[in-house]
Design a binder for this molecule. Sequence first.
Ligand code: MG
Ligand code: FE
Length: 169
Amino acid sequence: MADSNERLDQWLRDAHAMEQQAEQMLDAQARRIENYPDLKLRIEKHIEETRSQKQRLEACLEARGVSPSGMKDMAGQFTAIMQSVGGIFAGDEVVKGVLASYFFEHMEIASYRILASAAQNAGDAETARVCEEICREEEAMASWLFEHIPAITQEYLTREVVSPQEAKR
Ligand code: MG
Ligand code: FE
């Protein structure tokens, strides 16, 4: 049986692995996009946020005395799940890409909501604060996608008539 501190450490490592996956997905997506400049910019901004999130999680783990070697060994079950999710949704077109991103952001929102609560439970106020802060960044990204999905979809459909290849990216 894991106590609440061990559980928190484990979930923080899971979140770190999730961000690793997020960075790869977002990076692949941003590199692919050519004709949707606003989306590309927002994704690039979120890549920066994602890198910073990873660093903030590392700082939390370090403050909690989780060794760097322990942090490197994160090829857990969760990573496998995230990879399969990424694989299923790996969009060959921009609309599938925003679908995958919207899905992923909500996974992140739920994860940080859980983590903030677990950190509070373990009496780690700083980790709780960091997880709430990261949660707001994920919510902002999800809201941006929600607001822009209709325009991106319309643009895709309009372009597809003329040039399916250009519409895709
Ligand atoms: Mg994130
Ligand atoms: Fe995110």
